[in-house]
Design a protein around this ligand. Structure first.
Ligand code: SF4
Length: 362
């Protein structure tokens, strides 16, 4: 058995996390249906990324032909002036995906910049996409305002939804996993596919949203969990780190003294019980909080231990990968090859459809 295959076997044990909402993903028809999803390389996965995307990816690999990628070109649309962290962030992201349960024998994990067909298709799509379609994308103006310390008045930033479209359709993917409030993100891709097919014939299927359960994960301070807010808990954080971070969590703001009854409905920490504790514990904490029988410090200790226990198998797998980083590079090398194969087939079809295939030159 080749070394890289052997190593991959070490990673195939599924996590013993058993979060019930992952079960609600609809049962699918056929594994030949392609699912495509990617994340920017922002380094180690935090609980917001995990519950928002990666956990669903793990479930979907059992039912679809899944392609998951690190969107390193997308990282450059906003971080072009300071790309030095991209490689380490890519390694950390893929290492955590594998630790979370992605199995390279069940899905293809690849790096966007290693599959040049994304760029070729992006260029060809740019020929047929009206400029106002890109200018009206809400996140174009929003992000320019939010990230005003960066000059995002660039061609690459305007075109990133088009690159996203190329990322999806270059695999002729039928499904893109999205949270229920994100269906509109795909609408531009679908419009571009319709326009392309109208000019050149039915080359691409219209990608459909695949709705997945994405519970809201608050950060330590109650805002959305995000690295830019500095309020995250890492999926593979150490036990000590989880204990330390949990002690800083915001709780019911109206509960000032230990003897005050609390209200779990407005408590940031209680949302973590919903993610990590069993029903019995949730009911007990709910009752004991409302009757002031449990204090917030004790509850913080309780949730920290629940998180440490639930995340232990993931953390153990990450430690194993850190002892042998070639697992990540072997996985990407293999995934890049599989991705190129599929994307290469698509581009042959596209070139023929657009009359820029030259068989006499090949
Ligand atoms: S006891 Fe727990 S649920 Fe109640 S307010 Fe404190 S941290 Fe929140």
């Amino acid at each position: 058995m080749p070394a890289c295959v052997e190593k991959r076997h070490l990673l195939t044990a599924t996590t013993n996390l058993n979060f019930s909402s992952a079960e609600s993903i609809p049962v699918l028809n056929s594994s030949s249906e392609i699912v495509l999803s990617g994340l920017r390389p922002t380094g180690r996965v935090h609980l917001g990324n995990y519950f928002g995307a990666v956990r669903n990816w793990v479930a979907l690999q059992e039912r679809y032909n899944c392609y998951y990628f690190v969107a390193d070109w997308h990282a450059l649309t906003t971080d072009y002036a300071d790309p030095q962290n991209v490689q380490q962030s890519t390694f950390d992201a893929v290492a955590d995906w594998l630790a979370a349960g992605l199995d390279p024998q069940k899905c293809s994990i690849f790096l966007q910049s290693e599959v040049k067909e994304h760029a070729e298709l992006h260029l060809l799509l740019s020929m047929v996409t009206p400029l106002p379609w890109l200018e009206r994308v809400p996140s174009f103006k929003d992000q320019q305002q939010q990230l005003e310390d960066k000059d995002l008045n660039t061609y690459g930033f305007l075109g990133y939804p088009l690159l996203q479209t190329a990322d999806i359709i270059v695999y002729r993917a039928r499904h893109v996993p999205v949270g229920e409030d994100q269906a509109s993100h795909l609408e531009l891709s679908r419009e571009i596919v319709r326009r392309f097919n109208n000019f050149y014939g039915p080359v691409f299927p219209e990608p459909q949203p695949l709705f997945t359960a994405t519970p809201k994960v608050p950060g330590l301070d109650g805002r959305k969990m995000s690295k830019s807010y500095g309020n995250t808990i890492g999926l593979t954080a150490s036990a000590d780190e989880i204990r330390r971070l949990t002690m800083t969590m915001f709780t019911d703001p109206n509960r000032i003294r230990r003897n005050d009854p609390g209200n779990p409905d407005i408590c940031n920490l209680f949302q973590f019980h919903r993610l990590f504790s069993d029903d019995q514990t949730i009911a007990r904490v709910d009752h004991d909080c409302r009757t002031a029988q449990i204090g917030c410090v004790d509850d913080k200790k309780l949730i920290a231990e629940r998180m440490i226990e639930a995340l232990a198998p993931i953390r153990a797998r990450r430690e194993r990968i850190d002892r042998d980083p070639s697992i990540v590079w072997d996985t990407l090398r293999d995934g890049n090859r599989r991705a190129r194969e599929r994307a290469g087939e698509t581009m042959e079809i596209v070139r023929k459809a657009m009359k820029i295939a030259y068989p006499l030159l090949s």
